[in-house]
Design a protein around this ligand. Structure first.
Ligand code: ADQ
Length: 451
């Protein structure tokens, strides 16, 4: 079996295992267990200048190859073009997207530095799988280094319609770079349709056939086991006790403007305003650890949510009832799994999301005898697979309030029927299947497209 080289902006720390491993490491676990592999990417450290040779570390059949990035390169590549230009554009938020030629140049510089450092490490039989919007030009840069290997790319976030994407300056150049990959994976059929049209418009019709949807999944069985175990543990018992019999609504997100948190809080406020029967009866726990706290838009989002939380509790709380519990500290994955099993409603309302794994985790965490209800945004990539959820438009707070009321009053029989229709897809289209589908497509692709 050929060696697998995974390229991602962040490479997991070789010392992190299990619960502390990042999302991508969990998703790739099966693929990495089955063969010799290498992780390649940023070390997580900055230095005066970007390193030219990677630092290598080996753990069994896995090699870690990482580069320190120069402070200025890091700022322009990561905080600048990746997070402030590409992230909003790919999530359909042109109004939030900033562009500067210096940031774009930094993004290209880092991708070229990655390619120059990676090319000499490749063995003849290696397959390269690059992940996400940070490394779109990597394939083209590797080809420039003379690399003829099979190169795959997977985009974890949405790909918008062409008219929207090409409003980003240099957008067409990036689409043309994608044509250097042998397989270009996206989350949904909609994303695939948009990207194919983009490739055709950018004059790369030949690459359109290499685009395919590979919806990412979770390791459902292990998540279910974690939820069962945590739900029987002391931490969940203490949390359950604190609810004093009230019904739990739960949200779990990174604190990001794509996740629709202000709209979600507005929807919850509408529930309390319009459906008074839920007063004293419901508790909403929102866990949203701060991410990208060094980007201005994320700081202002945090202020907005602080205000919402204060307003909701200020207006509706009783001395013995706090309707909203909101925390920006991270909570351990296993603890969250136990809390999800306790929650009658999983509230997942991103304004746009590549997939959204929390929705799938919520389904996997449920007790089959007494499952909760998933309330899910139509604009999450997971929506087409999870049609047993109450699907809604997350931009309308009244729709959120109505879906919450329907979920909180739903009879057991309907909850079971809806959950059963989702449980199968979540289990079958899991992380393992995702890896295998992508890698077998890459293995089967005609080798060396760029002669
Ligand atoms: P994210 O935007 O990070 O990922 P998501 O898929 O929901 O979004 O979450 C990834 C993981 O992080 C999940 O396993 C979740 O449990 C965990 N997580 C989220 N919030 C957490 C919290 N408050 N505390 C602890 N853990 C938390 C990007 C894309 C998604 C896509 C994934 C995978 O934006 O659309 O589903 O990649 O491709």
């Amino acid at each position: 079996m050929s060696r697998l080289v995974i390229v991602a902006n962040r490479v997991p720390n070789p010392r992190d295992r299990g619960a502390t491993a990042g999302g991508l490491a969990v998703a790739l676990k099966d693929a990495l267990a089955r063969r010799e592999a290498m992780w390649f990417g940023w070390s997580g450290h900055t230095a005066e200048a970007t390193a030219t040779t990677p630092t290598l570390a080996t753990r069994g059949r896995l090699t870690y190859a990482t580069l320190d990035l120069g402070r200025e390169d890091y700022r322009r590549y990561y905080q600048g073009f990746a997070n402030a230009s590409l992230w909003p554009t790919l999530h359909y938020r042109l109004g939030l997207s900033q562009f500067s030629r210096e940031d774009y140049a930094g993004y290209r510089t880092v991708n070229a530095a990655f390619a120059v450092a990676l090319a000499p490490l490749l063995r003849p039989d290696d397959m390269v799988w690059a992940h996400d919007f940070h490394v779109i030009p990597l394939g083209a840069e590797l080809r420039r280094q003379g690399v003829r290997h099979r190169l795959g790319f997977f985009l974890h976030v949405p790909f918008p319609p062409h008219a929207l994407f090409c409003a980003l300056p240099r957008g067409e150049e990036l689409i043309a770079d994608l044509a250097a990959y042998d397989v270009i994976g996206v989350q949904t059929e909609d994303d695939a349709t948009h990207l194919r049209a983009g490739l055709v418009a950018a004059g790369h019709a030949e690459a359109a056939a290499r685009v395919a949807a590979f919806p990412i999944g979770i390791e459902a069985e292990s998540f279910t086991r974690a939820a069962e175990k945590a739900a029987a543990g002391a931490e969940t018992a203490r949390f359950r006790q604190s609810l004093v019999g009230r019904t739990l609504v739960m949200g779990v997100d990174r604190l990001d403007y794509t996740k629709g948190l202000p709209h979600r809080f507005a929807g919850y406020a509408k529930l309390l305003a319009r459906f008074k029967s839920h007063h004293q009866q419901v508790t909403y726990l929102q866990v949203a650890p701060v991410s990208r706290g060094d980007v201005a838009q994320y700081r202002s989002l945090r202020r907005e949510l602080d205000e919402w939380a204060g307003r909701i509790n200020g207006q509706y709380a009783d001395p013995d009832w706090m309707p909203l519990r909101y925390m920006t500290r991270a909570v351990a994955r296993n603890t969250l799994a136990g809390f999800m099993r306790l929650a009658r409603v999983g509230l997942v309302t991103p304004l746009r999301d590549g997939m959204n794994l929390v929705a799938k985790e919520y389904v996997a965490a449920q007790n089959p005898e007494d499952p909760g209800v998933l309330v899910l945004s139509r604009f999450a990539g997971a929506a087409p697979q999870l049609d047993g959820a109450l699907l809604l438009n997350p931009l309308d707070p009244d729709e959120i309030a109505e879906a919450l009321d329907a979920a909180l009053t739903m009879p057991l029989e309907e909850r079971v029927a809806r959950w059963r229709s989702m449980e199968g897809p979540v289990r079958e289209a899991g992380a393992k299947a995702w890896c295998r589908d992508f890698l077998s497509t890459l293995e089967g692709s005609p080798a060396a497209i760029a002669a």
